[in-house]
Every structure is written in C-alpha cells, then in structure tokens.
Design a protein around this ligand. Structure first.
Ligand SMILES: [Zn+2]
Length: 535
C-alpha cells in the first residue's frame, strides 16, 4: 500500500498523487503544471498504461489538465469525478487542448524559421475527446467501490462548482487504511456553492496549502463596493473592465451584478449593459445555469426554485466572435466588460485594457489571485504608469481596484480549522499544493500543533503500512543566496532521462521482497549501466 507524489509537491500547480493497493494503481488528480512550476515539464514518471483509475477532485486545469496526455500515452481506465466536474471538464479540456495546439503552432513556426526541429503540442483536441467517454459522473456522499479493496466518497469542498474532497478506503491483505485528499479547499460565503465541508477521520491526509501562510483581508461587502464603482464610473462615460477567470470568478461576478440590479444599487444608470467577452466563460455560465440539484447553496437553490436564474439579468450580452469583441471598443456606451484571462497574460482582456487603461474615467476591477510576473500583478501593485500591449505603450490612468477578499481558497485559519476537524489526529499529514516556502511553513505550523506532517518531495514514495519512505524524491527548487529559485531549464531530452531514472526507482521499490537471485541480477544490470555511463 503506497502513496506517491507526481506533482504539486512543494509547488502550487500540477496536482497528481498516486495510490497503490492490491496491485491496483490510482491517480488522484492529473493536473497541468502552470507558470513558473515547470521543473520537470509535463511528463509522467510512470507508464500511463499502468494506471488503472483516476479520481478528479475538481475541474481546474492544475488538477485535470494532463488527463488528455494520460489518455494519449495509453491510459484506458475509468475517471471518477462529480457530475458538475465532468461537465466542466468537457469545456475546459477542449479549451486547454486548443491552447496547446495554438502555442505549439506558434512555436513551430518560430523554430522552422531558425531551422530547429518541429514542435508538437502536448496533446490535441482529438486527445481531449478521448477523455470524455472514460468519465464516470458521481454524487457527493455516494459510496463508490471502484475495485476490490478500493472504495471512495466525494464531499463538497466549496471551492468551485462540483469541487470535492476525496475519502479513500484501502484494504490490502487484511490491513485497512483510510486516506483523505483535500483537493482545493474553498473559502466560506462564496456565491452559489456551499461552504466547504469537513472530514472527521482518516489515517493519512493529503492537504493543499495555497494560502497556508496568510489570512484573508478583512471582509467587505463585495456587492455594494462593486455597485459603488459602477455607479461612479459609468455616468462619467467610462467603462468598468473586470479581468476574471472564465470558470468560477466570472460566475461570481454575474451573481453579484444580478443582485446589484435587483436591489437597484446603481442609481444613475440602473439598466447598465454587461458584456461577457469570453467563449469559455459563456459555456461555463451555461453549465452553472443548468440542472444542479444538490450542488447549489441554500440561497441559490431558493432562487432557482422561485424561477429566478441566478446568473441572468437584463442587458447581459454574450460576446462570441473576436470581431464582435473588437466592436465593443468602438461602441462609446458606458458598460461593464467581463473578460479573461483573469491575470491578463493572454486573451481578449488585453484588447480591452489597451482601449481603457489610458482613460481616466474608466475602472479596472481585479477579483482573483495575480501571479508574480503577470500583467495583472503589475497593475494591482500599481508600480508602473505605462504598460506595453501589442507593441504599443499604453498609459495607466484609470482607477484600479483589487477585490482580494473574493478568493476561492481557504486561508491559513480555514486550513487549520479543516485539519483540526480530524479526530483523532491522522497518522501523517502530507502538505502539497503550495509555493515552496508556503508548503514548508504550513508543515512547520502543523508540527507545532502536534501533527506528524511532511511536505513530500516530487516523485517520493511512501509505504502506508510500515510508514517507511521508500524513495525520498527530488526537491524541485534549490537555494541560491538565501532565496529559493526554480532550477535551471534542462533540455527536454535530459528531463526525459531523469524521468527514466525516477521510473527505475519506482520499479526497484516494486521488486521489494522478490527472490534474491532476481534482485541480484537486477542490481548487476543497474551497476553495469551506471559503470557504462559514468563520466
Ligand atoms: Zn482549484
């Protein structure tokens, strides 16, 4: 019975954890690495065809974005997720595949011009299509026997529509162990979805730590603050631009704007138009407006049963084509525009920023996490009076607001409350899904509170029966002059070699207890290989 870490180990993206019991191999999440978290590229340190099942905690790409790659490389098993997660995966993985193809096409053109070899996309839209027939939609609270000796249950994590914790009961040779995976834990008082729930017992817990080192800012009334900004901006002839993640944050904004309109909070132009300028966000909004019994909080469920669509209101327009999007910039009617990407590093939002940042009468409202190095972060930090967009210098003169309290992640206090709900304390807590220092500091905090906790390293393997660490794994960050920085980018082929080595370690641990003669032969072969390549 083993637990391995194939992603989000001392990193904040690429969640992917391996569980093995009775010879069956299960992955919990299969996320894409994003941004700076790219130490090992996106390859797996195992054969995709050796994995029997995948369980997905929620649809965010950093928890699901490598599913098409897994299928492309030979995975044929079932993928378990809640019903809304399955629906959201339908749009998000197609979108992710389109991005992969577009980026590879762009890089391939560049490479060809420099005479280098061709670039292939990580996966294509056709690979993404092969994921969907494997999905098994499940419900919160349902006990699911996925095979002999492995049983799971999803519980509402309050982070995104359909998001879940996974409880997993393992049974091997008469020994029973229970695991709990947090996925991403939500923040309380999120529109439409329920507050995060709790789990009361587990032998081992794998917990996220995204905000394990900070507290949420003082709560403020998002609806009235947003209404004030709209009411102050539109009558001056300005636009309110909202960069927002297409799935989750956009729907939160639509929910708040419907409330603003219903309560008549924008006095001077109560019929103000709102343009949703993101095809992915429009598709996600349709899913959020579909049949969601059992997945909505009380307030949203009451609205739906009274015949009110929580995300629908007068003068809401869905912008589909990029030509329609460009036309918005010629139309002088003051309006609210919600567009993505949420961190302004790509997508249609950049056009809207180009046309509005320089106008004093406009406002930009940020509602999500802005990673270091993104245009969004530069704007919220307010450290520049000019930015470059599409090769043009644009002055930053509009008002910029940052609604930091709209986070969809539990803060340190929420995380501690969640982990302290386990009674008795788990045998061990594995801290994942946080920036390097955050993982370590939250782990130290848990140890201080009496937990046995570790921040596992990438590709480490843990025996859940003996408690032994079978393989230490690799820390993807190194310390330089007191600061942790990402390792140097190695060539793709060198990374392949390191992954092959990681696989070898895994094969070694699987041979434990084998016949002495076989083990000696195996050791001789490795020694010979090492001698041959010693430089
Ligand atoms: Zn998430």
């Amino acid at each position: 019975m083993k637990l391995s870490f194939y992603g989000a180990a001392r990193e904040v993206t690429g969640s992917c954890h391996g569980v093995e019991a009775n010879g069956t191999r299960v992955l919990v999440d299969c996320g894409l690495q994003q941004g700076a978290d790219n130490g090992f590229g996106q390859s797996f340190p195992f054969h995709a065809g050796d994995i029997d099942y995948v369980i997905v905690t929620h649809a965010h790409i950093d928890h699901s974005g490598r599913l098409p790659l897994l299928v492309k490389q030979g995975f044929k098993g079932s993928i378990y997720a809640t019903e809304p997660t399955c629906k959201l995966l339908g749009i998000m993985l197609r979108d992710s595949a389109n991005i992969q193809e577009a980026e590879a096409g762009w890089r391939a053109r560049k490479q060809r011009r420099s005479g280098d070899e061709d670039v292939q996309p990580l996966y294509t839209a056709a690979d993404a299509e092969k994921v969907f027939p494997l999905l098994v939609p499940c419900h919160y609270g349902e006990m699911i026997d996925i095979c002999d000796g492995i049983r799971i249950r999803f519980t509402d994590a309050g982070h995104l529509l359909g998001s879940a914790y996974v409880e997993m009961w393992l049974s091997e040779n008469g020994v029973d162990k229970k695991l709990a995976f947090s996925g991403d834990i939500g923040a309380p008082d999120h529109p439409m979805i329920c507050d995060p729930g709790y789990i009361s017992d587990a032998d081992f817990v794998v917990t996220e730590s995204t905000y394990g080192d900070r507290s949420r800012p003082e709560a403020f009334d998002t609806i009235s603050e947003l209404a004030k900004i709209i009411d102050a901006t539109l009558p001056k002839g300005g636009n309110v631009i909202c960069p927002a993640f297409a799935v989750g944050r956009t729907q939160d904004l639509l929910y708040y704007i419907r409330e603003i309109k219903k309560r008549g909070l924008v006095k001077q132009c109560p019929a103000f138009p709102v343009y949703l300028d993101s095809p992915l966000a429009s598709k996600a909004t349709k899913i959020y407006s579909g049949e969601l019994l059992g997945y909505l909080d009380e307030e949203a469920a009451a609205l739906v049963s009274a015949g009110v669509q929580p995300l629908s209101f007068d003068n809401l327009y869905f912008v589909e084509t990029s030509d329609e999007s460009k036309l918005l910039n010629d139309d002088r009617t003051p309006k609210v525009i919600i567009s993505s990407s949420g961190m302004c590093d790509a997508g249609r939002i950049r056009h809207h920023l180009k046309h509005n940042l320089w106008r004093q009468e406009c406002a930009v409202v940020f509602t999500g996490f802005q990673a270091l190095g993104t245009l969004g972060r530069i704007l919220v930090d307010g450290e520049t009076s000019r930015v470059t967009l599409f090769g043009e210098e644009i002055a930053v003169r509009c008002q910029i607001f940052n609604f930091r309290n709209m986070s969809a992640h539990a803060d340190r206090e929420d995380l501690l409350k969640w982990i302290n709900h386990f009674d008795p304390k788990p045998e061990k807590v594995f801290v994942v899904h946080g920036e390097h220092e955050t993982c370590k500091s939250y782990t130290a905090r848990l140890i201080g509170e009496g937990f046995k906790a570790i921040a596992p390293k990438y590709s480490s393997i843990h025996d859940l029966i003996t408690g032994e660490v079978l393989f230490e794994g690799r820390d993807l960050m190194r310390r330089t002059e007191g600061e942790y920085v990402a390792p140097q980018r190695d060539s793709a082929i060198y990374r392949r070699l390191v992954l092959a080595g990681t696989r070898l370690i895994e094969v070694i641990t699987r041979n434990r207890g084998g016949a002495n003669k076989d083990l000696a032969k195996f050791a001789d072969q490795i020694d010979a290989l090492a001698a041959k390549w010693k430089r």
